[in-house]
Every structure is written in structure tokens, then in C-alpha cells.
Design a protein around this ligand. Sequence first.
Ligand code: C2E
Ligand code: CA
Ligand code: CA
Length: 540
Amino acid sequence: MERPSALSTSAILLSLLITLIVVLALYFQQVKQAQHDARQRLENHVQRLTDSLDLHFSQINLQLQKGGSLPELCSASGQSFRAAVLARPEIIGLQVVDRYGYLHCENQHRFQNPPHTGKPAARHNLRFAGPQLLNGYDGPQFTLARTRLDGSAIRVVLHPGWLRNQLRQLTSSLGFVALVNSDTGVPLMRVGSYSLPVQSPVFPLDSPYRLETLFDNQRQQFLSAQPLLTQPQLSIVISEESVLLDQPMDLVFPFWLGGSIAGFALTLMLVLRAKRWLNNPGRELRTAMRQHQFYNLYQPLVRSEDFSLAGVEVLMRWDHPEGTRSPDTFIPIAEQTGLIREMTVQQLQRITMELSSILIAQHSFRVSVNICPPIINDPATVEKIIAFKSRIPGLILEITENQMLEECEVTARSLQRFREAGISIAIDDFGTGYCGLAYLSQLPLHILKADRSFVAALGTDAVNADLLETIQQLAKKLDLMTVAEGVEEAEQAIRLQELGVELQQGWYHGRPMNSEKLYSRWLDSQQQQQNDLILEAVYG
Ligand code: C2E
Ligand code: CA
Ligand code: CA
């Protein structure tokens, strides 16, 4: 992670925005899920309730098939059967009626003179009836009856409290639950205030059904209904107001707060990484290289004796989309990332293309190229550079004094390779580093390029005013050529002439320029040299 001071406001704002969007998206997704789940829960309630009633009804149906013939049922031998039926919590009464409708026994009581109650239906399946008033019972009752093979029937009276409890146990949080007639929708028993959709008819109902619409109580409600399997003429209907189902539930605040903070931290980390990746100088340089945004400028190197053009120092520029960049801003990064190797090879290729006519016409034309440790320490690049010698015969490689000191052994080997290939080596910014004389004399060098601070000090009373003279003497002793750079004034140029410095470079002689300008400058100097030759021939 970057240090807090380095966290940019834009990264924080972007992370906040991303976190906000993600948290909101997750929140709404969660709310939608919760609303869907609430409706699903309602449907599960209906399913559970119908399952439960179906289970009870089918058990009763099974039980009512037992017990033998009517005489057995109402005799002492049927007593245990009757007791077993009456022991069921959902049953409060049991009646045995003969095929003509006479009630022979009720619960454990046997009638001597059976009263007439109503002829049993001929169908042999289990039948639900009610609400109806029955003799000996308070209030309307619900019954289940089954006609037996001999035409007699057993009828059981359902416990109204049991049936109501069945509906109630699921209704604590619901609008209403009702047991209804599947054909008409008339509620037979209900908990809560019953209402139905204004427009969409739900009944008759023969399969599970759900809908959400405006009800006749003027509220938007969700409804789920399902017929019983054992008694399809009965259905369970559950409904709840939509607003109550849509209220976000169980969205725990601390969870969201913690999640948001963690999400923000993670996003910030990712944004910073992405930013670092996008701002990665190496990546930018690589793109620039691919898009050929680097180009060469050429600064004249002139002979001290007549200021004629002897060659150039090649200087790199970056045609950055936001404006030209000076080498000080990108060369150090190119060195760190090692991209300088490829960049230098490309620079040499540009030289061969841009200066081809000069290089062909004047083999001695000096072309000074800056190199650095990542190049010298890489034998492959060393060989690539050497390969240019045939096309750039006057190739000179400049390396600063301090860089020369790094990794001496490899440096010495590479310098040796250059020397074998006939390429000259110049020590750049000489006098600012710490190369000992003894060390210098061992290296295969050709040129000392005095730092421009010594030229600037010429003719002043600065402490280093005379150092250039000393450098010049040293160079003579070591049999090296000297170049003075940073020549900005005529006086400096003359003084360097007097000192015997062979080559000069600086704004006075020419600023770094493109190849076209250099070419016309070179043509001028060729013309001048020819004129001089003619004059010399004519006047001696
Ligand atoms: P350097 O090798 O010492 O290059 C000379 C620098 O001095 C150049 O700056 C040049 O424009 C500037 N200069 C030339 N004449 C005068 C003058 O009369 N007065 C003043 N004040 N300055 C003058 P530039 O082009 O900005 O290059 C800066 C440094 O960047 C170079 O210093 C060199 O170390 C590095 N560099 C430039 N191009 C390349 C390259 O292609 N490869 C490598 N490895 N380094 C490069
Ligand atoms: Ca240089
Ligand atoms: Ca220099």
C-alpha cells in the first residue's frame, strides 16, 4: 500500500464512488431477494397448511374404512373402534347412520329408536360438509363422512378449535388465512379480514395459484391459494399486503457498515494498484517506444582550430502527447527499467537513416552517442551496438565518469570489446566524478569530455577557472583527445582554441537540432571547406 500521504484525493473519491455503487447494487439486490423470499414464504405456508390438512383427512379416511359392518360398529365389539376415532384430537363426535338415514349410534351411545338424520350419499369417498347445525352441538359444525360398502355411513364432527388452530398457527404475521370453497371462493373458516382481487377472478380454483393486485379493500395484496388434494372442493387461501412484504427485513446494519468499510478499503487498494499500473513509467515508455515517440536531435561538435563541423552528439527527445520531454525526465527511468537498451538501439537505427548521406560522404564524421551501465553490462546490447560501427564509422560512445566506476570488471570487458571493434570511448562530464588517474590510465579511452562547468568558469575568478588547463595537460599525458562542452560565448571558444582543446560543443556553435537542419549545416561547412581549399590553392 502507498503511504497515506501519497493517497490521492481522486483515488479516494473513485474508490468511494465504486464502493457506493457496489453497496447500493448489493443492497437493492438484497432487498429484491428479501421481497421475493417474503412471497415465497407465503406460498410455503399455503403448501404446509394444505399438506397438514391432507394428512389429517387421509388418516381419518383410512380409519373410517375400518370398524366392520354397521351392527358391529354400534355393538360392544365396535366400542374400541369408536373410542379410537374419538381419541383423535381433531374429532369431537362420531355418528353411524344406516343406508336409510337412521342414526344407530352416536359416540358410545346406542339408540334404541334410531332418529332419522338424512340419507347418506351413495359415493364411497370421504366427504367434507359444513358449516351446518347439528343436533346436540353448539354452533355450526364441520363434518367428514364416509359411506361404506353396505350403504351405511360414518360421520365425524371436526373439532372447530382444531380447524381454527390449523389456520391460526401460520397466520401470526399474515393478512388473512382462509379455508374456502374452491368453486365459489366463499370462506368456510377464516382468520383475518377476508378480501379478494377487484378484477382478476381467483375462483373456481383447481390448481395452485398466486397473484398480486388491487383487492376489494383498496389495498395492493399478494395472494397464494391451493386446493386440498384429499378434498379438492376446499382450498386454502393466504394473502398479505404488498407494502408489508416489501419492507426490507433482516438487513443487518452492522453487517452492511462493516461490509461497506471493507469494500471501500479493498476498492481503494485496487484503485491505487490500477493507478500505479497505469502510471507505471516503464509501461508508458514501452508504449512510447512502440509508437515511435522518441526522436533524435543532433548537436554540432566543431573543431577548435576553425570551428568547422566535425560531428555531432546525439541527444534524445520524447515527443510526449502532452509536450516534448527532456531526457532528464525519462532517461533515469529508462535506465532503471532497462528500456534504455532498446531505446539506444532504436536511436542508432534512426541515426543510420537520418544521417545516411553524411555518413556515406564523410567517414570521419563523428557521431557521439550516450550510453550507460545497463548497456555496458549487457553483452548482447554491446554486440548490437558494435554491429552499427560499419554504418556509423565515426561512432563514439559517451559514458559519464561516475557510471564508469560502476561494476568495473564488466565495464572494462565491454570497453575492450568496443575498442576491438574500433569504437571510441569518451568520458562524459569529466572532472565531476571520482575517477582516479591510475584507474583512468588502465581503461581503453580515447576522449575526455570536460564538464561544462569548467567552460563556464573560464575567464572568471572561480576556483575551477584554471582546471580546464589541467584537464587538457592530463589528456595530453594520457594521449587522449579533449572535448569542451557548454560553450556559450565567443570568448570561451577562443580561449579553448588557445588551450589546444581539439573539439568544442555548445550553444555558441549550435543548439541540438533535427537532421534536416544538421544536413544544411553540414552542406554549408562542406562548401566552406571547399572554398578554403580553393583560396589556399590560389593564394598559397
Ligand atoms: P549530456 O550528455 O551532458 O548532454 C549535454 C547536455 O547539455 C544536453 O542536454 C545539451 O542540450 C546540453 N547543452 C548543450 N550545449 C549547451 C550549452 O551551451 N549550454 C548549456 N547550458 N547546455 C548545453 P540534454 O539534451 O537535455 O541532455 C541532458 C542529458 O541527458 C545528457 O547530458 C545525457 O546525460 C542525457 N541524454 C540525452 N540524450 C541521451 C541519450 O540518447 N541516451 C542517454 N543514455 N542519455 C541521454
Ligand atoms: Ca553526453
Ligand atoms: Ca556532458
